[in-house]
Write a protein of this length. Structure first.
Length: 95
């Protein structure tokens, strides 16, 4: 099995690429097309750049999962989830 050599990008290059996606996504039909266009220009894989963008969104609290949660919020969320799961199981067991 052969292993591909990975290209390393400096944090500065990553930050600049992510910033460019955010700045220019309005010029494209979607964020993905902006990522594809910019990835080709900087010489990286579009999926790699997409990963950097998603990480930046999570770091800023704007990712697909919503704002970043504090440990206390996570605990409350897991308790609520357990409560509603149990309620659903109880509902299903009643005739």
């Amino acid at each position: 099995m052969t292993k591909k050599a990975s290209t390393k990008y400096t944090p500065e290059v990553r930050e600049r690429a992510v910033r460019m996606v955010f700045e220019h996504q309005g010029e494209h039909a979607s964020q993905w097309t902006a990522i594809g266009s910019l990835a080709a220009k900087i010489g990286c894989n579009a999926e790699t750049l997409r990963g950097w963008v998603r990480q930046a969104e999570r770091d800023q609290g704007a990712g697909a999962g919503g704002p970043a949660t504090a440990p206390g919020q996570r605990d409350l969320s897991s308790k609520a989830s357990a409560y509603f799961t149990q309620a659903e199981l109880d509902r299903r067991s009643k005739p």
